[in-house]
Design a protein around this ligand. Structure first.
Ligand SMILES: Nc1ncnc2c1ncn2[C@@H]1O[C@H](COP(=O)(O)OP(=O)(O)OP(=O)(O)O)[C@@H](O)[C@H]1O
Ligand SMILES: [Mg+2]
Length: 548
């Protein structure tokens, strides 16, 4: 019989580990899996931080990403911005404490949400090369540089070689790291594609990418207006879960639960507090919010759901904007046709506002990518392309787990004139914006499949699809008329001769008259093909609406 172990013997090995240790072991959860993806993840984390910081400072972003190959699967990555800089007393935590930042406790729409990204990169640098990251930063008060490492066991920063930069050369923040187990590749999931899509969804940003070959690719800004600054809002009582409620309450400065509720939630008035009391007599509104238990919180959240509330505030959302999307799509995909739609804000989970923007580009560079390395310019991918974005950040991975993919693939494209979505030169653009985007994992590469979000994306893409369908049927009808015109013209000469013989009228006169009649009819159509087609398009869209 095998020897048995007592609980004491088993628990002899009982240990705790830090969140940094957890992500060291599960770095794939942060997007560090596969060499190409890992490099894109690093660039993504640094670039999103830069864009957030620069925009928060109210400046047009100038971002530079510089990647150098220094060995087998080994690269340096430097990202610079023209943002407000980072105060030196916080810089250690920014780059080397997982779950630290200025964003996760605020209810404001930004790209970053969790306080993991920057420290995740330092962690990846440490575990693949053993090296710290190097940071240079300038605020209005100081200019400095330093090396930052992460103590994985304690999730604490180790800041070394802190030095003041006396003059010139530094503006905003530059972070440089050395990483192994990564690879630069010009593929669908590579850094180039990521930056290109970032430029597409951030037309107010100017982004320079220096590729490992030394080639400098510049995506100049196509608009000079900053996007609307997102407004910080308070969470809506219907959009909160018990876990978040407990967290907010424990951080509260208020002495009483009632004061905390008014301070922390939108649409919460003294009248609503009284209603809560009526709904649940077990809630102690005088209790200390910092000591609230899970079951108390559960009672409050349950009571929230039994009361009628005003809808959440919707002006917390910052979109890219229809005009800006059009300009960006034109610059980057040069399509023959496009339609762009911004829907009205909606809510999911009863209380979290979000808004969907969608666009369809057809023709030009849409839906296909040309392999720049192949001399014959062969197409490496010629499928209908879904360009997914959340809070203006491109999502390149985990497509099958994403609400956007689900919504787009569920559309019956034949109704919109696309016989085979995978093969036509069509790109679908979708951006979901929210104060709280529900990602399907900490790597933030897919929007969770919330029913309300999927439905809203579907409606937005279908709005664009209807406009595309009108265009495509116009084009196809024009092609049909052209071929009919050519066929008829081919027979005019013979027909005039035959008619001349029968009637005795001069065949040349007959030919001229017939040609002029035919040309008159078709010239009118070619000049205004949509008129000819309007009835067909209307008929088809009516069927679509009736069915859909
Ligand atoms: N380039 C930068 N300029 C100014 N502040 C920065 C910069 N990069 C990071 N920060 C600050 O560091 C914090 C931590 O960044 P980090 O990427 O770890 O988390 P986050 O962006 O808040 O959330 P997420 O994990 O979702 O990216 C940010 O909240 C921000 O305050
Ligand atoms: Mg971040």
């Amino acid at each position: 019989m095998a020897a048995t172990l007592s609980a004491d013997e088993i628990f002899h090995e009982f240990k705790e580990h830090s969140i940094a240790e957890f992500f060291r072991k599960n770095s794939q959860m942060l997007g560090y899996s596969g060499k190409v993806r890992s490099l894109t993840t690093i660039v993504h984390e640094y670039v999103t931080n830069s864009l957030d910081a620069v925009e928060e400072a109210g400046v047009l972003p100038d971002i530079r990403v510089d990647i150098k190959e220094i060995g087998e699967s080994r690269y340096t990555v430097c990202v610079s911005d023209n943002g407000p800089g980072i105060p030196s007393k916080h810089v250690g935590k920014v780059f080397a404490t997982v779950l630290a930042g200025t964003k996760f406790h605020r209810y404001v729409q930004q790209r970053g949400q969790q306080g993991i990204g920057a420290a995740g990169c330092t962690l990846f640098s440490r575990i693949t090369t053993g090296k710290p990251v190097h940071v240079k930063s300038a605020t209005s008060k100081e200019r400095y540089e330093c090396d930052i490492d992460i103590d994985i066991k304690s999730n604490k920063p180790l800041v070394k070689n802190m030095a003041t930069i006396l003059a010139g050369g530094v503006a905003g923040t530059t972070v440089c790291g050395e990483f192994a187990e990564v690879k630069y590749e010009n593929s669908d999931h590579g850094v180039y594609e990521y930056i290109k899509r970032t430029a597409l969804s951030n037309p107010h940003a100017s982004i320079t990418l220096v590729e490992p070959t030394g080639k400098e690719v510049v995506f100049l800004r196509s608009v000079t207006e900053l996007p609307k600054r997102p407004k910080a809002i308070k969470p809506h009582p219907l959009g909160i879960d018990v876990n978040d409620f407990v967290e907010f309450a424990h951080r509260s400065q208020s002495r009483k639960l009632s004061a905390f509720l008014v301070e922390a939630f939108s649409r919460m008035t003294s009248g609503k507090i009284a209603e809560l009391k009526d709904v649940s007599h077990d809630i102690d509104l005088d209790a200390d919010p910092t000591k609230i238990t899970w079951s108390d919180a559960e009672r409050v959240v349950k009571a929230f759901k039994q009361i009628k509330w005003m809808a959440p505030e919707l002006d917390s959302l910052s979109t890219i904007g229809e005009k800006q999307i059009e300009i960006a799509i034109k610059n980057i995909l040069a399509p023959k046709f496009m339609s762009v739609v911004e829907r009205k804000p909606k809510v999911f989970r009863g209380g979290i506002p979000f808004v969907v923007e969608a666009g369809i580009a057809y023709g030009g560079e849409s839906g296909k990518k040309v392999d720049e390395n192949a001399k014959d310019g062969s197409v490496v991918e010629a499928e209908g392309n879904v360009l997914r974005f959340a809070n203006k950040v491109p999502l390149l991975f985990d497509a099958s787990n994403c609400a956007i993919t689900e919504a787009v693939k569920g559309i019956q494209w034949k109704r919109y004139g696309i016989a085979n979505f995978e093969e036509e030169p069509v790109s679908i653009f979708v951006n979901v914006s929210s104060v709280y985007v529900p990602y399907s994992g900490p790597g933030k590469q897919a929007v969770a499949k919330e029913d309300d979000i999927i439905e809203e994306i579907r409606l937005a893409v279908m709005d664009c699809g209807r406009i595309l369908q009108r265009y495509l049927s116009g084009v196809r009808s024009l092609q049909l008329q052209e071929s009919r015109y050519k066929t008829i013209m081919r027979y005019v000469e013979q027909l005039s001769k035959d008619l001349g013989e029968i009637t005795g009228v001069d065949s040349k006169t007959l030919e001229a008259s017939l040609k002029s009649t035919i040309e008159k009819k078709y010239n009118k159509l070619f000049a205004d093909p949509e008129k000819e087609d309007a009835s067909i398009a209307e008929e088809e869209s009516e069927t679509e609406e009736a069915e859909g």
